[in-house]
Design a protein around this ligand. Structure first.
Ligand SMILES: CC(=O)SCCNC(=O)CCNC(=O)[C@H](O)C(C)(C)COP(=O)(O)OP(=O)(O)OC[C@H]1O[C@@H](n2cnc3c(N)ncnc32)[C@H](O)[C@@H]1OP(=O)(O)O
Ligand SMILES: O=C(O)CCC(=O)C(=O)O
Length: 362
């Protein structure tokens, strides 16, 4: 499965955001270090900023630079002028969206797709199609689109984030009987908190591409988190994503800092607290064997484990620290050190060792 990062397009469309061109270019170059297949960095019809970003990044990145366009000739011309490597034309086939978002019949929407795809194919530019609201579209229309439309990749979007792992499985099963899944992509949203899980389901169904974003940046609850999907692939899949997993967290953090975005301290993988441990039962064991209470070695993704010693530390942890300090762990010393931890903690391991040495004059 290829990964397409949408951080710089989806993130930019979040309320109150407007990343400037330099931020998008810098973040795009950093993201490219991960080795992703595609970076979707802008929507050329929205203005010169996104066109400049695409024009600057396309010759410099290993990833293919993707610009999105409505099924409208002018949007596609602007994407061509920006020299995007891939132009991704999006549009709906669901009843609800055809009636209210576009105001045309399904057959007119097909004609619009065909017209702009002809334009792209005449220019020899790689064309992708994204079917907006696909998961609320009858499968027969999606199958029809994937069969009729001359695009390298057809992405099914869960635009409003209503899919769950079981409905995603069911939907993909119903279309996969008729379409080679390696030509399908998924663009998912996290409104129900299961976007990454849905992307895993798509992987298992043989889908060829998933859209992801750093820290889930994107419309409303965002998209499957790049860092989560890459970590899951690295830990679990026989064919992990072709991404430099050891650079994963530093690259994501650098992108967030460039875009001036924050994540919650408890956010999976990226939060500052999620690789910290203070509970006594855990730290006592982890001083000797961290794997007992952690899912993976954080260094595998460029992260750091932090063992903390404070009010939650038990006798086992205090004993372990005394041993590290080269001090005989008598019951009395353990009791004294626990009292010190309670007043001075939380302390990092090296600070706890120094405290033990200072307290017992070692
Ligand atoms: C599902 C998604 O997330 S798609 C990405 C959403 N991103 C954005 O909206 C980015 C910010 N948007 C913008 O800057 C502006 O909305 C623009 C430049 C894209 C378009 O601006 P405008 O042309 O003024 O139109 P507006 O914003 O009202 O969009 C509605 C028009 O787009 C048309 N449209 C919407 N989606 C599509 C589509 N996929 N294919 C063809 N036409 C479409 C509508 O039918 C409507 O056309 P009409 O003006 O002829 O009635
Ligand atoms: O991915 C695209 O090309 C635009 C469509 C989109 O973002 C969505 O349907 O959620």
């Amino acid at each position: 499965m290829d990964l397409l990062d949408v951080t710089l397009r989806e993130g930019d469309q979040m309320p109150g955001r407007s990343y400037d061109a330099d931020q998008k270019i810098d973040a795009g170059l950093v993201l490219d270090d991960l080795g992703l297949s595609y970076l979707q960095v802008g929507f050329p019809a929205t203005g010169e900023k996104d066109r400049e970003v695409i024009r600057t990044l396309a010759p410099k990145t290993n990833a293919d630079i993707v610009g999105i366009a409505r099924a409208v000739e002018r949007d596609v011309e602007l994407a061509l002028e920006a020299d995007a490597d891939v132009v991704e034309v999006f549009g709906p086939l669901s009843d609800l969206q055809l009636e209210h978002a576009i105001g045309v019949s399904r057959s007119e929407m097909f004609d619009r797709f065909e017209r702009v795809l002809d334009l792209l194919n005449d220019h020899g530019v790689t064309a992708h199609v994204t079917l907006v609201d696909a998961f609320r579209t009858q499968p027969k229309h999606v199958i029809d689109a994937a069969t009729r439309l001359d695009a390298d990749m057809v992405t099914l979007a869960d635009t409003v984030g209503v899919a769950t792992p079981s409905s995603t499985t069911e939907y993909l099963d119903s279309v996969n009987e008729h379409i080679d899944p390696s030509r399908l992509g998924v663009h998912l949203h996290d409104d129900l908190g299961v976007a990454t899980a849905n992307a895993c389901v798509a992987y298992e169904a043989g889908v060829g591409k998933a859209d992801v974003s750093v820290a889930s940046l994107g419309e409303r609850a965002g998209n499957p988190a790049l860092e989560e999907l890459v970590a899951i692939g690295d830990l679990e899949y026989d064919e992990p994503f072709e991404v430099d997993a050891e650079r994963l967290l530093p690259v994501c953090r650098s992108v967030l800092s460039t875009l001036e975005e924050d994540v919650h301290d408890r956010k999976a993988l990226l939060g500052t607290e999620v690789m910290e441990h203070e509970s006594g039962i855990h730290t006592a064991v982890m001083l000797e064997e961290p794997a007992v209470f952690e899912p993976f070695n954080p260094a595998r993704f460029g992260g750091d484990r932090r063992l903390l010693f404070g009010a939650g530390t038990g006798a086992g942890g205090a004993k372990g620290i005394l041993q590290r300090a080269g001090i005989e762990p008598t019951d009395e010393r353990v009791g004294t050190l626990l009292a010190e931890f309670e007043t001075r903690g939380p302390l990092e391991t090296h600070e706890a060792v120094s405290l033990a040495k200072g307290t017992f004059d070692a």
